[in-house]
Design a protein around this ligand. Structure first.
Ligand SMILES: *Cc1c(COP(=O)(O)O)cnc(C)c1O
Length: 368
């Protein structure tokens, strides 16, 4: 028995196939390929789920970040604070807007943006915006960051590409704050399409109107007011997402059950579990563990793989160590150390009890 990191065969099973196909047939019959009824249905339901006023589907999670920056007028000459532990897209969005990324360091245990680092950075840099990331599904300390940013009029854009269904520690669903919050519906995310898709949640009509135009060539009923771009989400992806939303809560519960099993099973071992204090609030997109150092991380990776257990080195390097960002200013010491130590073990909604047991016992053997 092996435990791969993803199991799409179990997720996209025969039952789902039987439910998806009639939806696709309907789209073909209607020739409604782009902004169809499933887009509207999903946008309404996802807004409800995140306690936001509006959700807008866009082409992918990277575009969602870029459009959010654009909607706030972030561009050339602006500095944007991003955390050192995240996927490349967070930095790309800033660079593609012609703005300058500034690295903000992270908490040593969670990899989430550290408000203390932000405060120090603000001594040297005037930031137009920050983009905290709900990395691995854990909620970033948004309220603490807001307390710093609001009086200084610094915009916050939340990257929730990994955090569908997560909640802030005050109980607000991720996506339900006053900040634009961006989601990715890439197939491996907690809510995944059969291709690329992304979304943005927001609380105001003004933002909604702006983003509706931005994602569709700057168009509205009156014609073109400015040039936007094409970042539409097609109807087929929306149809899949709208269907998979029916299963979302049950899947999240399975992820949480798996996380609890790992937390209980790995307790007492000489490793740290980044999400340990976030059992109820994390979306459990990933289950990161922190080893002593990079050598021990690579050793446990080899040990797990010999037993047929998949691992994912998210992220093998911190963002500030990647070639295009080497000279970017900011703080990165804790991010570098975090990336050296972190590795993710399998977590998804379709794990069996015996598989979880195998992962735990194999890790225990490593330290025995
Ligand atoms: C996946 C991801 C993105 C990008 O989403 P795409 O839909 O692949 O463009 C952005 N940020 C983070 C943190 C992600 O994990």
């Amino acid at each position: 028995m092996g435990v791969p990191i993803y199991q799409f065969g179990r997720l996209h099973n025969e039952k789902l196939r039987q439910e998806v196909l009639p939806r696709l047939a309907k789209i073909m019959e209607e020739n409604s390929f782009i902004d169809g009824s499933y887009n509207a249905s999903f946008e309404r339901r996802f807004a409800e789920k995140t306690k936001s006023q509006h959700c807008l589907l866009v082409a992918n999670g990277t575009d969602a970040l870029e459009l959010a920056l654009e909607a706030h007028g972030v561009g050339h000459g602006d500095k944007v604070g991003i955390p050192g532990i995240t996927f490349y897209a967070t930095a790309e969005a800033v660079l593609n807007r012609g703005a300058t990324p500034i690295l903000i360091d992270v908490d040593a245990k969670t990899g989430l943006m550290d408000p203390a680092s932000l405060l120090r950075i603000l001594g040297d840099h005037q930031l137009k915006a920050i983009m905290p990331v709900h990395i691995y599904g854990m909620p970033a300390p948004i309220r603490a960051l807001e307390a710093i940013c609001k009086p200084r009029e610094i915009v916050i854009i939340e990257d929730a590409a990994q955090a569908h269904g997560a909640t802030l520690t005050d109980g607000t669903p991720v996506g339900g704050t006053e900040n634009l919050t961006t989601f990715s519906f890439y197939p491996t995310k907690n809510l995944g399409a059969f291709g690329d898709a992304g979304g943005i949640t927001m609380q105001t009509n003004e933002m909604k109107e702006k983003l509706i135009r931005l994602r569709n060539h700057g168009r509205d009923a009156a014609g073109i007011r400015f040039f936007g771009r094409n970042s539409r989400c097609d109807h087929m992806q929306a149809a899949v997402l709208d269907l998979k939303l029916d299963y979302f809560d049950a899947h999240q519960e399975n992820r949480r059950t798996a996380a609890k099993f790992y937390i209980d099973g790995l307790k007492g071992l000489p490793l740290e579990m980044a999400g340990e204090d976030h059992l109820q609030t994390s979306s459990w997109h990933l289950f990161p563990i922190l080893l002593k150092d990079s050598a021990e991380k690579m050793a446990i990776k080899a040990h797990l793989e010999t037993a047929g257990i998949g691992t994912a080195t998210f992220y093998i390097k911190s963002l500030g160590e990647e070639i295009p960002l080497m000279d970017v200013p900011g703080e990165k010491k804790t991010s570098i150390r975090f990336a050296e130590r972190v590795i993710c073990i399998p977590i998804h909604p379709c794990l069996e009890k015996e598989e979880l047991e195998l992962v735990v016992s194999t890790i225990k053997k490593f330290f025995a």
